[in-house]
Design a binder for this molecule. Structure first.
Ligand SMILES: [Zn+2]
Length: 251
């Protein structure tokens, strides 16, 4: 009885082809991200980086460089889920997320890292100042070196960092005003230039190197908001920076 066996084999073969096709299609349609350890904090906590998409346009977002200003951390965690759910945001784009670049400070609820250094004063900007709390020299801290390495590696077209509590969309670098205004369309926080602080990320990457940098200063009460409230209030402005210079449609 060869025929039934042949039909059975053919049936099994067709099923395998079908499953393979479905699995391949599923993988292609479902976005994924790559997670890695970008570096280690003074107290040996991992400084994570997550990379979504692979397009030429690169945006880098980070939070928690001041550990006591951690409201941006859950916003970037949520952003990651949005990018997975809405792959259209990743068309032609790479989104690099550093959700907590001062993990010791975030854990302790302190502005500075475990060496007592303000990481946002430790970059090799022209205006770096050797004073207590800025580090003995630029990039003296493992966390600031890890941030620099990621920016050198991915070469973002724009950078957004989350802070508190100055309630504005601050900007540094050529073209950064237009980016800030695009974000400002989606938040009630005003667009305002605060000016480059010594050795800050905005001073170095924005002013000295000309990469548009946004310092997204959330308000004081952001620390009391739920993760959902933070996303509801500031998620759209964050997405506006991701899709820039495309205009984010109001969701
Ligand atoms: Zn800050």
């Amino acid at each position: 009885m060869p025929y039934p066996r042949h039909w059975l084999l053919l049936f099994v073969a067709l099923c395998l082809v079908g499953c393979q096709t479905a699995a391949t299609t599923g993988i292609a349609e479902r976005p994924s991200y790559r997670a890695a350890v970008a570096g280690w904090s003074v107290k040996n906590r991992p400084l994570m980086v997550r990379v979504y998409g692979s397009g030429e346009d690169v945006v880098l977002l980070m939070a928690g460089i001041h550990g006591s200003e951690a409201a941006g951390v859950p916003i970037l965690e949520r952003l990651g889920r949005e990018l997975m759910d809405r792959p259209e945001f990743l068309a032609g784009r790479t989104v690099v997320v550093l959700p907590a670049v001062n993990p010791d400070g975030v854990k302790a609820g302190k502005r500075r890292n475990a060496n007592g250094v303000d990481l946002n004063r430790n970059f090799p900007a022209d205006n770096f100042k050797t004073i207590k709390g800025n580090g003995s020299e630029p990039l003296s801290q493992p966390e600031s070196r890890a941030v620099l390495e990621q920016i050198e590696r991915y070469k973002p077209n724009r950078i957004v960092t989350f802070h508190q509590p100055l309630s504005c969309v601050d900007y540094d670098g050529e073209g950064a005003l237009a980016l800030a205004e695009a974000m400002g369309e989606h938040t009630d926080l005003p667009v305002k230039r605060l000016g480059g602080r010594p050795g800050s990320l905005g001073s170095y990457f924005g002013i000295d190197r000309g990469i548009p940098c946004i310092t997204f200063e959330l308000p004081k009460n952001a620390r009391d908001m739920s993760d959902q409230d933070l996303w509801d209030r500031y998620g759209q402005a964050t997405l506006a920076a991701v899709v820039y210079p495309d205009v984010l449609e109001v969701q």
